[in-house]
Design a protein around this ligand. Structure first.
Ligand code: ATP
Ligand code: MG
Length: 574
């Protein structure tokens, strides 16, 4: 593991421990709403919350924020648990649900009423909105604001008993309709929803609002540091207000900047739109920024945790270049994956001076970064496949690969020279190449010291197996698909039509035919690939390209610099 860097949240915790606040305890939580699958932004929050607790020998809770029965599903709860575990965090017994506390939260609401701090309002949602005022204009008190405690208690109890229809009444906190902070203008804390809940079923027809429930759940669980994203900053006074009025244990809310990644979207609502609209094949489509998508694409938990560590934690919003995520998996796979040769778009090469029924094997290094990974045998014979793109009949300037009369090296094998191009008479398409080889260059070096400018990967035509390969590009063509609010455009207008390219008959080294789902390889010169966990059938592997080999640190640093991100995210490049 890279050394954990400090950040402003860790500094707050250090100070709290020094002052023996909370008796030196550290207890955090990750509170997903089960209304979609987790994405890489959630990974940042998980690594932060759970990582901090682990480092301080503290505790962490997984708490489902299931206060809205209409948007939530059991499928999401299960996927969230799977993803958190996969990321490497074990919450043990500490799996909680806001709905576990519905009775307790109800009692808190009753207590607020008794203390004259909450009232039942008969205004419609529409009226409440118009009474609320604006940033420049104070709100107006509801005519029901001064109801007596007894009447409020009776009405709230009747709300619970199902005597009213959805939206007919709400319970509101009695704070200040003229507060400059709109969140403090008598926010709604309970609403009527005659809807079954995935856990409490039909027990409740009133449900607490997030702002009311969240802080109180934190308090009930003894959370010391309630870490959330920046948009909750001006909800903090409200968070504190409930705890203060009820005189209960007070966790501290700390906000940090949410993760934004270039060329993708990060809100569950938008991701759901892509899933439901059929723009992707599902939540686990390898193009999605979801953890299930990244997992299927071939990302490892470690590469995602390292990425989260690298981007750090800040108090201002910024966008991280997606190449930083790609670099973190590339670095890992460079060290861990076996190299193999695969040809995506095969072009047949016939070596005319190689004996027709001869076959030999070459010793290939499995990973030059790690000798312990050993070597393997790669079969060779008279007919081979090379990459279509590695040949040009009329080579442009600086094209050093194969062309008529040119000599190149076949990786691990021989030097070959192209002598003839066979084309389809009608279409002019190149069908195959004829070459000669130099037997003296066996193993890939010429005894007379002559050099070639290119080394090509290849597979033996006789022994090659077939596979499907899926190549991916960014899901969107724009760095920020959401754009700004003035634009009329929908983010889906910027979907990249070339984000998935499927190639059906790629040639692979024979041993790859038995690769297992989620096994990862480097295809030499092409990138890192992962066996698809869903569509692979026995003897018919499907490979997802995780990432190409291309990007270098220099280039990434340059993009970040151009985007003015270097100063703020210095730690990205350490
Ligand atoms: P979304 O907008 O994607 O629906 P959310 O905030 O509504 O996200 P929740 O399930 O409520 O999703 O989030 C659970 C936790 O994850 C919250 O503490 C939230 O602050 C955090 N979180 C969500 N998105 C990000 C992000 N992009 N970066 C960092 N943390 C995030
Ligand atoms: Mg949310």
């Amino acid at each position: 593991m890279e050394k954990k860097q400090t950040n402003f949240i860790r500094e707050i915790i250090d100070t709290d421990i020094e002052n023996n606040k909370n008796d030196g305890r550290v207890h955090t939580r990750f509170p997903p709403e089960p209304n979609g699958y987790l994405h890489i932004g959630h990974a940042k929050a998980i690594c932060l919350n759970f990582g901090i607790a682990a480092d301080y020998n503290g505790l962490y809770n997984l708490r489902f924020d299931d206060t809205n029965p209409c948007k939530e599903e059991v499928e999401y709860v299960e996927s969230i648990k799977q993803d958190v575990k996969w990321l490497g965090f074990d919450w043990g017994e500490r799996e909680y649900y806001a709905s576990d506390y519905f009775e307790k939260l109800y009692e808190y609401a009753v207590e607020l009423i008794k203390r004259g701090k909450a009232y039942v309002d008969d205004l419609t949602a529409e009226q409440i909105r118009s009474y609320r005022g604006t940033l420049t204009r104070p709100g107006k008190n509801s005519p029901f604001r001064e109801r007596g405690v007894e009447e409020n208690l009776a009405l709230f109890s009747r709300m619970r008993n199902g005597e009213f229809k959805d939206g007919e009444r709400v319970l509101r906190a009695k704070i200040n309709m003229a507060s400059p902070n709109l969140n403090m203008r008598d926010p709604v804390i309970y609403r009527i929803m005659h809807a079954a809940h995935h856990k409490t079923k039909d027990k409740w027809c009133i449900y607490p609002m997030y702002d009311f429930a969240h802080g109180l759940c934190d308090s009930i669980e003894g959370i010391t540091h309630s870490i959330c994203t920046l948009e909750f900053e001006n909800h903090r006074p409200l968070y504190d207000w409930f705890l203060e009025q009820l005189d209960v244990y007070r966790p501290r809310q700390i906000e940090f900047a949410r993760l934004n990644l270039s060329y993708t979207v990060m809100s569950k609502r938008k991701l759901l739109e892509l899933v439901e609209g059929g723009n992707v094949f599902g939540w686990d489509d390898p193009r999605m920024p979801t953890l299930s998508g990244l997992r299927r694409r071939g990302y490892t938990p470690d590469s995602i945790r390292k990425f989260c560590e690298r981007i750090g934690v800040a108090k201002y919003n910024s966008t991280i270049d997606i190449s930083i995520l790609e670099q973190s998996i590339r670095e890992e796979l460079n060290k861990t994956t076996m190299r193999t040769m695969a040809v995506l778009r095969p072009l047949k090469v016939i070596i005319d001076n190689y004996p027709e029924d001869k076959e030999e094997e070459f010793e290939a290094v499995n990973n030059p970064e790690d000798e312990s990974m050993g070597t393997r045998k790669v079969p060779f014979s008279r007919e081979l496949y090379i990459e279509y793109d590695d040949f040009r009949e009329v080579p442009p300037k600086k094209f050093y690969r194969l062309s008529p009369g040119k000599e190149v090296r076949l990786r691990y094998a021989y030097f070959i020279t192209c002598t003839k191009v066979v084309k389809d008479e009608k279409t002019g398409d190149i069908l195959e190449l004829h070459c000669t080889y130099d037997p003296a260059t066996r193993g890939g070096d010429a005894p007379d010291g002559r050099k070639v400018k290119a080394t090509l990967h290849w597979v033996c035509a006789k022994r090659a197996k077939r596979a499907q390969v899926r190549l991916y590009e960014h899901l969107f063509t724009r760095e920020n698909p959401v754009g700004n609010d003035e634009e009329e455009k929908d983010f889906k207008d910027f979907l990249n039509p070339a984000s998935l390219k499927t190639i059906h008959d790629c040639c692979i080294e024979p041993a790859l035919i038995n690769a297992n789902p989620f096994e990862r390889f480097q295809f030499e010169r092409l990138g890192y690939f992962c066996v698809d966990g869903k569509d692979t059938k026995k003897g018919r592997p499907v490979f997802n390209r995780i990432v190409s080999l291309r990007d270098s640190w220099a280039k990434i640093e340059q993009t970040q610099k151009n985007r003015g991100l270097n100063k703020k995210n210095k730690n990205c490049f350490s």
